[in-house]
Design a protein around this ligand. Structure first.
Ligand SMILES: [Zn+2]
Length: 72
């Protein structure tokens, strides 16, 4: 997987890797699904589950592009 890829939706144009080597979030908001790394993924122990839940919600919402200013 590309370093700057969103673990939720797979968008690969993030400015920074979502998590650094210490596992801290970048606080960047994915312009695609709207997930904020280091904020929407609390508690960290359940990160994978939260990713999956967010992904489901995003898919059910019609996979809308989150940002109105950043588009591919
Ligand atoms: Zn995303």
């Amino acid at each position: 997987m590309d370093k700057n890829t969103c673990p939720v939706c797979g968008y690969d144009g993030l400015y920074e890797p979502p998590y650094n080597e210490k596992g801290s979030g970048s606080y960047e908001i994915c312009p695609c699904c709207g997930f904020q790394f280091g904020y929407d993924d609390f508690p960290y122990e359940e990160r994978e589950q939260l990713f999956a839940q967010w992904r489901e919600r995003w898919k059910n919402g019609g996979k809308k592009w989150f940002s109105t200013v950043r588009r591919p």
